[in-house]
Write a protein that binds this ligand. Structure first.
Ligand code: ATP
Length: 214
């Protein structure tokens, strides 16, 4: 890989490419052109070529891409050739839904432990995943070599949990709470604020319909 930082927008498109390449590979297709890829993933082909250029020579001009080689390359880049054990903290409505969720774009993401403080839930197995008391979090994270945590606790409880997760060696946090979390630079925090996303969508819907009425 070339020694440069991949733009976030490019990084976000990689799972899209990877997913489609897996579909092609499963159907026995060996070559794909950037135009075909572009139509399937709805990203224009100039953007695809630019995205791919960050990784060096992935194909030859006018020849198309080798599906299996490209799929394997993205599997490595996205770490999909290694099992990633993930922890989930907070087995409420959203947390329980995520425990049920099949991470269908990936072979390799597995929520292996959940944590909560509610005694009614602790000690149970929810959708095949054991729910431990919060007091066991550091121990289980080390034992199960967990690098990533999903946070679905109430916003006001989130920061002390993040501090404990960081102390336990967690490297990445997917934060579903609306709280802005403090963590050292070495820990990546990705925020998924569903309310925010919907409000943005609603804002754009109204802005567009006002434009149309002009
Ligand atoms: P959601 O916000 O997912 O819809 P909910 O409304 O069912 O969930 P919340 O009050 O948001 O419930 O709590 C989510 C979960 O987080 C609950 O199962 C709760 O027991 C758990 N929880 C609350 N505080 C903590 C904490 N400090 N550590 C771990 N889990 C916690």
């Amino acid at each position: 890989m070339k020694d440069q930082v991949i733009p976030k927008a490019t990084a976000k498109r990689l799972p899209l490419y990877y997913r489609y390449l897996r579909i092609l590979n499963n159907s026995g297709k060996q070559k794909v052109s950037s135009t075909e890829l572009s139509e399937a993933v709805q990203v224009d082909s100039a953007t695809i070529r630019r995205d791919f250029s960050y990784f060096g020579e992935l194909g030859k001009r006018g020849y198309g891409y080798d599906v299996e080689a490209l799929m394997n390359f993205f599997a490595k880049t996205l770490n999909d050739d290694h099992m990633s054990n993930v922890a989930l903290v907070g087995v409420g409505n959203l947390g329980s839904a995520l425990l049920k969720y099949k991470f269908h774009q990936s072979n390799s993401i597995r929520i292996s432990a959940a944590f909560d403080v509610n005694e009614d839930i602790v000690g149970r197995i929810v959708d095949g995943i054991p729910v431990y008391p919060l007091s066991d979090m550091a121990e289980q994270i080390k034992l199960q070599q967990i690098d990533i945590a999903i946070l679905t606790v109430p916003a006001e409880s989130s920061q002390p949990i993040v501090d404990d997760l960081v102390k336990s060696g967690i490297k990445g946090i997917l934060n579903f709470t609306p709280a802005r979390l403090h963590a050292p630079k070495s820990v990546l925090v990705q925020n998924v604020d569903l309310t925010n996303e919907l409000q943005t969508l609603i804002y754009f819907l109204h802005a567009n319909s006002q434009d149309e009425n002009k």
